[in-house]
Write a protein that binds this ligand. Structure first.
Ligand code: HEM
Length: 445
């Protein structure tokens, strides 16, 4: 039987590397231990087998849902999203809840968001000063926060909306850097030592957000929901087989899940896209040419379908995938993956970052080359920035639509340059891989 190698360094040190230098940690281990290795990250899960060979990824992502639990392995997100979150559920309850949310993210539904995304992007960029450097993250967060609040609550202006937006941003910022992310990874830091302690502050902001969400839920319960298109209204109308609706706490957890999953990730992806497009002039020129050929005020769906724009967005998600790993899968029964035989309860983590950097599939993998997506079709186990199988990202269609429309609007209606700045590196932001926070652009037109 083939055994999986484990790093010799202590688990606490491995966790430290995983938090502060995640891509270095993955690459070093792969070089020293082979493409499949067993990490000990000293958190609630003991062993954590990273796999990256497409055949192995296929075995895991295409297995029937009953073979793995994934919600159970997402425990560290519990304090953020709550126990009823889709991210933490498994089995029949997960399936049922996913079916409930699915229609809101269906491709057809996305069409209605096209105009809104373009408008919200314009509003956000108009607020940035001309001729001065601005933080790319602030811009992309503003766009994606506004889009997700519109999709989830149907809100895009007014006091209630502004308060929600600010509170949500502060809440998400609590885990926004490597140091701050430690709050999620290290249970020992999760102690309320008063309002000035990190955990005390986290709980206080979470309470503020909850109050706003519960108030919104109460108001909606009393209002007429007919003709409303937003996700909260759909969830309020949903009934299970016994005719039971969702409780306030269930609704709260799902709303926070969508706000978190839908905002952070897309803001990061858009920031990376803006960086690459301005880093490689030839990419920007070709992209602008392709988009402007559609004429003024193009149909959002026509923009969405543009091949080079699609290739640029795919390459952005390939080179630094926002999620470095899919949700870890806990085997519910013994499983054979390639030459390895794993017992039940093994935690298997398809590593998106390592697969996306396999030189046999993506030659010169550290270079940004959108053309590769025009020259070759990749399988969903070679290129999988949104994971796969029964846990595949629910917001994939919305995220791609948003990424493309926001990028197209920004670069065709304005001009930007990259100022001299320290090299932009991928750094941890919560559980995502983001450009270093200082990344800025200058709006020249
Ligand atoms: C570029 C943006 C995004 C990326 C890269 C991304 C990536 C991912 C990944 C890798 C997973 C785990 C899949 C797996 O383990 O197989 C996931 C799950 C999920 N994502 Fe996204 N996501 C993005 C945007 C969004 C958006 C916009 C939403 C919703 C508004 C969203 C909602 C979710 C949800 C609810 C899940 C959990 C699905 C489940 O447990 O069944 N994501 N996403």
């Amino acid at each position: 039987m083939v055994t999986v190698n484990t790093p010799k360094t202590p688990p606490q040190w491995q966790l430290f590397e995983w938090i502060f230098d995640p891509t270095g940690y993955l690459e070093r281990n792969q070089n020293q231990l082979g493409e499949t290795f067993n990490a000990h990250l000293g958190v609630n899960l003991d062993g954590f087998v990273f796999v990256s060979h497409p055949d192995h990824v296929r075995t895991i992502l295409s297995a029937p849902a009953r073979c793995f639990d994934a919600g159970r392995a997402n425990g560290i997100l519990g304090p953020l999203v709550g126990d009823n979150s889709l991210l933490l559920l498994d089995g029949a309850v997960h399936k049922q809840q996913r079916q409930l949310l699915m229609p809101s993210f269906h491709g057809d539904r996305m069409v209605t968001y096209g105009e809104i995304i373009t408008q919200l992007t314009r509003r956000a960029i108009d607020r940035q000063p001309q001729g001065e450097a601005f933080r790319v993250r602030s811009l992309t967060e503003e766009i994606t926060m506004r889009v997700i609040l519109q999709a989830v609550f149907g809100l895009n202006q007014g006091d209630q909306y502004e308060t929600m937006r600010r509170t949500m941003s502060t809440f998400l910022d609590m885990t926004a850097s490597p140091v701050k992310s430690s709050l999620l990874f290290l249970k020992s830091l999760q102690r309320n030592l008063g309002p000035w302690s990190p955990w005390g502050r986290f709980l206080a902001i979470r309470d503020q957000l909850d109050e706003l969400l519960y108030r919104e839920i109460q108001q909606r319960r009393q209002a007429s929901l007919e003709e409303r298109q937003d996700i909260l209204s759909l969830l309020l109308l949903a009934r299970d087989e016994e005719g039971q609706g969702m409780s306030d706490k269930e609704l709260r957890d799902e709303l926070v899940t969508l706000l978190l999953a839908g905002h952070e990730t897309t803001a990061t992806a858009l920031a990376w896209a803006l960086y690459w497009v301005h880093r490689v002039d030839s990419v920007r020129d070709r992209l602008i040419e392709e988009i402007t050929a559609l004429g003024e005020n193009p149909d959002p769906m026509a923009v969405f379908k543009l091949p080079y724009l699609t290739a640029v967005c795919n390459e952005t998600l390939r080179i630094y995938p926002v999620a470095m790993v899919t949700f870890p899968r806990i085997a519910k029964e013994p499983i054979q993956v390639g030459d390895y035989q794993f017992p039940a309860e093994t935690v298997l983590a398809p590593c998106i970052y390592l697969t996306h950097h396999r030189e046999d599939i993506f030659p010169d993998s550290h270079s940004f080359k959108p053309e590769r997506f025009l020259e070759r079709q990749y399988s969903p186990y070679e290129f999988y920035p949104f994971g796969g199988g029964n846990r595949r990202c629910l917001g994939m269609a919305l995220a791609m639509y948003e990424l493309k429309l926001a990028l197209a609007t920004l670069i065709t209606e304005h001009e930007f340059t990259l100022p001299d700045q320290p090299p932009v590196k991928p750094v941890r932001r919560g559980i995502t891989l983001a450009p270093s926070p200082g990344l800025s652009l200058i709006k020249t037109r």
